[in-house]
Design a protein around this ligand. Structure first.
Ligand SMILES: [Zn+2]
Length: 89
C-alpha cells in the first residue's frame, strides 16, 4: 500500500492527488479564489495575490505547477518587472 503526504496539512492518506480527502474542498476553494482574483484583477506578484486572497504562497506555487495554471505561471513570472514598474506610478 502506498501512502501520499498531504501538501496542505502534512497528514498521510491513501487516495490519489496532492492533498488528503480532508483538504480537497479547501484546495478546490483556494484554486477557484485564485482564478477569480486573476480574472478580476489581472496578474500581479505572488505576495500581492497571497495577501489579497489569503492563499499561502506555498499553495500558490503548488497550483502554478499544475497544468491548469500553466498560463498563470508564465504571466506571473513575466509580470514581476511590470508589477514593480506599476508601483512607481
Ligand atoms: Zn490535508
Amino acid at each position: 500500500m502506498e501512502f501520499n503526504k498531504c501538501s496542505r496539512c502534512g497528514s498521510f492518506y491513501i487516495s490519489q492527488g496532492d492533498v488528503c480527502p480532508k483538504c480537497i474542498a479547501k484546495d478546490a476553494n483556494d484554486k477557484s479564489n485564485f482564478r477569480n482574483y486573476i480574472e478580476e484583477n489581472g496578474f500581479s506578484n505572488l505576495e500581492t495575490i497571497s495577501g489579497k486572497t489569503g492563499i499561502t504562497i506555498r499553495n500558490l506555487n503548488r497550483y502554478l505547477e499544475y497544468e491548469e495554471f500553466q498560463e498563470y505561471k508564465n504571466n506571473i513570472e513575466n509580470n514581476n518587472n511590470i508589477a514593480e514598474i506599476n508601483n512607481i506610478y
